[in-house]
Design a protein around this ligand. Structure first.
Ligand SMILES: C[S@@+](CC[C@H](N)C(=O)[O-])C[C@H]1O[C@@H](n2cnc3c(N)ncnc32)[C@H](O)[C@@H]1O
Length: 280
């Protein structure tokens, strides 16, 4: 029997303060990719946009830059701690036209339809992404935009291969899967749009690449290990590794050292975006 689109599941990353900080670091790295997706999808000044799974608010703030002071952005997240952080940040930035609401927008009614509904790294958490998309598309006006971006973590790689890098992505992929989320959501965006009854989406894939001498190697290793740290409770609970064997306090240094001495390249996961317009 299909599960309801909005049913809550274990969320492998959690919402600790460090995890919310990690989301903002991730947002800085992702900013050009997400901006290009939104621009190609047609998000433009003056639009009203719903950001599904708004986390610490970064996608909503990027949208605010694009829609400008005449536009409007609503971020929705089911996690109270994320909403609290996003509201604090919006207040500090003095944005009057960015609002954050707690809950799953799939289960909400709004007074007006949006010009666009978007989300980054969120469809993977819905038990049925196509059901969620179908319902979310109902929140958009006819002709409005539906745009989502996901990451294909199975595509992250280093050359030459680094066991610590492969282990990190392997463990995180397994933890995502065990928590009931879809690690291959990026690759399943296209069929999910079709199954939702939407017009076939256009798509964009982006990959970042970094060489071993890049000064960003250490910060990136720290960022990757912060993701592993956020998922450690799920990883340990499911017996995928022990705290001792992960040795999180030294993981980033070991990963950075191994990558530097091998002298190769590191490729990010492909970030895939898909967008379409609601039929009239
Ligand atoms: C990986 S974070 C991404 C946050 C943000 N979109 C970004 O890219 O910075 C996923 C967020 O989606 C939220 N989320 C997951 N499933 C949700 C649902 N059904 N309804 C609302 N929020 C959801 C989580 O609470 C989490 O804050």
């Amino acid at each position: 029997m299909p599960e309801p689109a909005g049913q809550a599941r274990e969320y492998a990353l959690g919402h600790s303060s460090q995890e919310l900080d990690r989301l903002s670091t991730q947002a800085k790295l992702m900013e050009p990719f997400t901006r290009r997706l939104f621009e190609q999808a047609g998000i433009s000044p003056g639009m009203s946009v719903l950001d599904v799974g708004s986390g610490a608010g970064d996608v909503a703030f990027l949208l605010r830059e694009i829609v400008g002071p005449e536009g409007k952005v609503v971020g929705a997240d089911r996690a109270p701690k994320a909403i609290e952080r996003a509201r604090e940040r919006a207040g500090a930035l003095g944005f009057a036209n960015v609002e954050f609401i707690e809950g799953d927008p799939v289960e909400m009614n709004f007074h007006e339809r949006f010009d666009a509904v978007v989300g980054r790294f969120v469809l993977m958490y819905y038990p049925s992404p196509s059901d969620a998309l179908r319902r979310l598309a109902g929140l958009v006006r006819p002709g409005g935009i539906i745009a989502f971006q996901e990451s294909d973590n199975s595509g992250a790689r280093t050359f030459p291969p680094q066991p610590l890098f492969e282990r990190l992505f392997g463990l995180m992929g397994k933890a995502i899967e065990l928590s009931g989320a879809e690690p291959l959501m990026a690759l399943k965006l296209y069929p999910a749009f079709i199954a939702a009854g939407l017009p076939a989406p256009a798509m964009l894939a982006e990959v970042a690449v970094m060489g071993a001498q890049d000064p960003f190697v250490e910060p990136l290793a720290n960022f990757l290990v912060q993701g592993l740290r956020s998922m450690a409770p799920v990883i340990i609970k499911h017996g995928l590794a022990t705290e001792q064997d992960l040795d999180l306090d030294t993981y980033a240094r070991r990963l950075g050292d191994a990558f530097r001495s091998a002298g190769g390249v590191m490729l990010s996961p492909p970030f895939i975006g898909a967008w379409t317009r609601r039929a009239n």
